[in-house]
Design a protein around this ligand. Structure first.
Ligand code: HEC
Length: 198
């Protein structure tokens, strides 16, 4: 082999190994793993959603917005703890426009939210997605849409939102960005991060 040929093969080998080193240890989910996580994510989100919206509706009926305002909070629901423990997962909701700054998106959540928003603007049907975050974590994301009930607290003041209710919410959440929505709008997403077992 000539010197230039050797140099060529050495650089090919170097490229190949550096390519490998850039891959995470567990480089992708198989189709079976993907559907399993999608299924689990959907079940968790559906369970949490039905309890949360049931509590909200009951509290609204009992004492209006001022009474119900504490019920749109996953972190405050005992069910969230038990779902998290059973599934070895962190369950939250996030949005590009948050009411509570604690719900602001992380980096991957923001990317997922932007991608849902783009698909929504293009009129596409939004579907839950899963991705491997790193060798230890799988992330599930599913869109959240605004229903009529939600517009009492996330809608337009003077239209679906009572002015006095809007004042109550503003006093509790001075950084509130989560108003102005109409029924059917994309409000945010479920974020579930599963920790893989060793
Ligand atoms: C009674 C008022 C009320 C109603 C009705 C309500 N919300 Fe909320 N929502 C809130 C409050 C207050 C928060 C902030 C909770 C917290 O402190 O984490 C919130 C937070 C959220 C968040 C988390 C992100 C953020 O903005 O902080 C999402 C997502 C959300 N609401 C969606 C909905 C949807 C969907 C509905 C209808 C099914 C709904 N909400 C109905 C008051 C309400």
């Amino acid at each position: 082999m000539t010197r230039s040929k050797i140099a060529f093969w050495v650089s090919v080998a170097a490229l190949a190994t550096s390519g490998c080193n850039n891959q995470p240890a567990n480089e992708a989910l198989t189709d079976t793993e993907k559907s399993a996580y999608l299924e689990r994510g959907r079940e968790i989100a559906a369970t949490a959603f039905s309890v949360l919206s049931g509590n909200l509706a009951a509290a609204l009926e009992k004492g209006g917005v001022a009474n119900a305002v504490q019920y749109c909070n996953l972190a405050a629901m005992p069910l969230t703890d038990s779902l998290s423990r059973t599934n070895n997962a962190v369950i939250r909701r996030t949005s590009l426009k948050t009411r509570n700054p604690k719900n602001k998106p992380s980096e991957w959540e923001r990317a997922a939210l932007l991608s849902f928003e783009k698909e929504d603007q293009a009129g596409e049907e939004l579907k839950p997605v899963v991705q491997l975050l790193d060798g230890q974590h799988v992330a599930f994301a599913a869109p959240i849409r605004v229903m009529s009930l939600c517009t009492k607290c996330h809608g337009k003041e003077g239209e679906t939102m009572d002015a006095a209710d809007a004042r109550v919410i503003r006093s509790l959440y001075p950084d509130d960005q989560a108003t102005g929505y109409a029924e059917g709008d994309l409000r945010g997403m479920w974020s579930i991060v599963f920790t893989l077992k060793e």
